[in-house]
Ligand binder design. Structure first.
Ligand SMILES: Nc1ncnc2c1ncn2[C@@H]1O[C@H](COP(=O)(O)OP(=O)(O)OP(=O)(O)O)[C@@H](O)[C@H]1O
Length: 601
């Protein structure tokens, strides 16, 4: 057994080898610490200093704080005689609360920015008792030289994750820190039991509707051997069988379907085609508390696996072409997609259109919801037409809009009610009231919306009048389609010119997350074409945001900073030293900002 000094020596020399760029075996270093050091090194954490960010947008009124507060107070009493602190962070490793047992420990912790508002993510400050818990998913006790950053090596910290008992996701981290010479193994067990107490408080704190949903879920789960899924307004619960039944995209699509179905029905027995081509049957009931829909609990079984996926009209198509932006072009073609989610959505829309059923296409704006509807309708009815009914038009005259939707005319016309969730509550109610006066179900009508909406959402009942629903994936979930979309959009934007993206520009557009989806991609290409009307579009011709994939959404001031950095890097041909000089930034600051904004090398 090594004594404290030998152990410190071993860790120090192992860490020095790692920092020298060798990839040593790190013998004698605990596995979770070695893995964390490697992550810290590859994230570019400066081993010599604590350079963490300060955040102003903390949620200090959160349920997590509310449930943790009594436990922290009790813990603070238990450690009152030792120079320690108790800290609570959110799931982004940002310090929400710190309670010190004496003023001196508080001062030294302030010195290393372990204070309210500062982030202790592993990617910023290296191995530590908060960020490493979030990376590792389990409790850790990091002592002295096990820290990656030198100024933290005088401390010991034990951290444990606090999991939301309903979702199973980590909601935050509870941590006990002290100077390394005061560390004791008790800290680790104390922090774990205290985190478990906070989890119990979170369980007790749910409101009435959530409790009711939880109770039905628990009853169904106890009775059933199969996969059980509960979908509420703000939470989802699933048993172990459910968690292994479907992949993530299918699970999201199924949740969306259940959310949609619960607005219109007390009981549910539906077969649902999921993005991968799997068909499932969901049987369940809606939970209602005092007139509010709390959610739906269903037992899910697979009816058939993807092999049986039928070909859709899209897959049978010849060479891809584009619809014009008005969506009124005849025989237009959307770019065929390799995404199972997109193909499943297309299959559902096609089936509904063939049967004349009303169908709603859900998805983020700009994903091509209207394009999909109009393209499929025109390929089924080449002599048909599309009539878009915009939210603004409905707002101005809801009654007239409803009458148009109820009498679509004799030619095969498809009326597409766009952006239903942008309607004001009053208009949505007026439209709903008018449409439901007819005894027949709606026909040859389609709609687009971002989400199906909860029962309380003003457009919820309106969407429940549409018999079929499907969700199209955002562009970031089908990046394999980006090259084909780029070719098609360029052909549409510059039909008489030879123009394409070079390898680097294509790499950027495939990697970028496109929050505005295909519409934003189209705008980016249009702007690049203005700079380089013919030939090969290069990375520098694309908007600066294409060079950055930030981890979280940016404030306008951050966007301006990111754009300045990308421009400086482009001007300096990628040379970071020159870019830092041009911007008047320290090199380490530039590296940190490049990481923060996910700027491509
Ligand atoms: N699969 C596709 N192939 C070619 N172009 C597409 C495709 N999907 C979308 N587009 C283009 O992207 C733009 C936005 O498409 P569309 O209007 O269908 O989106 P939306 O989801 O209905 O959202 P919004 O309400 O914002 O328009 C249009 O210019 C359209 O031509």
């Amino acid at each position: 057994m090594l004594d404290r000094a030998d152990r410190r020596l071993l860790l120090t020399s192992a860490r020095a080898h790692l920092l020298e760029g060798a990839d040593p075996a790190l013998r004698g270093v605990p596995g979770h610490v070695a893995a964390s050091w490697r992550r810290s090194a590859s994230s570019g954490v400066d081993p010599g200093e604590v350079s963490n960010e300060y955040f102003t947008d903390l949620d200090l009124g959160s349920r997590l704080i509310h449930c943790a507060r009594p436990v922290i107070e009790q813990l603070a009493e238990e450690i009152a005689d030792a120079p320690m602190c108790v800290a609570l962070t959110d799931n982004g490793a940002r310090l929400l609360v710190r309670r010190d047992s004496d003023a001196q420990i508080g001062r030294v912790l302030d010195h290393v920015h372990f204070a309210q508002g500062f982030g202790y993510a592993e990617g910023t400050v290296g191995t530590n008792g908060v960020g490493t818990v979030l990376e590792f998913g389990e409790s850790v006790h990091i002592i002295g030289a096990e820290h990656f950053v030198e100024p933290l090596q005088t401390f010991a910290c034990a951290g444990a994750p606090i999991r939301d008992p309903f979702t199973g996701r980590i909601a935050g981290v509870l941590d006990i820190s002290c100077r390394s010479q005061d560390s004791t193994p008790l800290m680790h067990s104390l922090v774990r039991t205290s985190a478990a107490r906070i989890e119990r408080n979170l369980l007790m704190d749910r409101d009435q509707t959530q409790q009711a949903l939880f109770e039905l879920y628990s009853r169904v789960d106890a009775r059933s051997r199969g996969a059980v899924l509960a979908v509420g307004q703000r939470m989802v619960m699933s048993n172990a069988a459910m968690q292994t039944l479907l992949d993530l995209a299918d699970l999201e699509a199924l949740q969306d379907h259940m959310r949609f179905a619960m607005t219109g029905h007390a009981r549910l027995d539906n077969q649902v085609d999921l993005p991968s081509g799997t068909r499932v049957r969901v049987r369940g009931s809606t939970v209602v508390v005092g007139g509010d829909i709390a959610g739906v609990v269903g037992v899910v079984g697979v009816v058939h696996e993807p092999d049986g996926l039928s070909a859709t009209a899209l897959e049978r198509r010849p060479a891809p072409q584009l619809l014009s932006d008005t969506g009124r072009a005849r025989g237009g073609r959307v770019v065929a997609s390799s995404s199972p989610a997109w193909r499943a959505a297309a299959a559902t829309v096609e089936q509904a259109l063939r049967a004349g059923q009303a169908v709603v296409v859900l998805g983020e704006p700009g994903t091509g919801r209207a394009t999909l509807l109009s393209d499929l309708h025109l390929s089924l009815h080449p002599a048909g037409s599309i009539v878009f009914v915009e939210a603004d038009e409905v707002e101005a005259a809801p009654r007239e809009a409803a009458d148009r939707l109820l009498q679509p005319g004799s030619e095969p016309a498809l009326h597409v009610l766009r952006d239903v969730d942008r309607l004001s509550p009053r208009t949505a109610q007026a439209l709903f009231a008018r449409l439901r006066t007819t005894a027949r179900p709606l026909e040859h009508v389609a709609a687009t919306a971002v989400q199906s909406g909860t029962a309380e959402a003003p457009h919820g009942p309106l969407l429940a009048l549409f018999r079929a629903s499907t969700s199209v994936p955002p562009l970031r979930h089908r990046s394999a389609d980006v090259p084909a979309l780029v070719r098609a959009l360029l052909a549409e934007l510059a039909p008489y010119r030879e123009v394409r993206l070079d390898g680097e520009a294509m790499r950027l557009v495939v990697r970028y997350c496109w929050p505005g989806n295909v519409r934003q991609l189209r705008e980016a290409l249009a702007s690049a074409l203005r700079l380089r009307p013919a030939g090969c579009i290069q990375a520098r011709d694309l908007p600066t945001y294409c060079s950055s994939v930030p981890r979280s959404s940016l404030r306008p001031v951050d966007e301006a900073e990111r754009d300045a950095i990308v421009t400086a890097l482009r001007c300096a041909g990628g040379n970071k030293v020159a870019a830092a000089t041009a911007l008047g930034l320290a090199r380490s600051t530039l590296y940190r900002k490049i990481r923060q904004y996910g700027i491509s090398d």
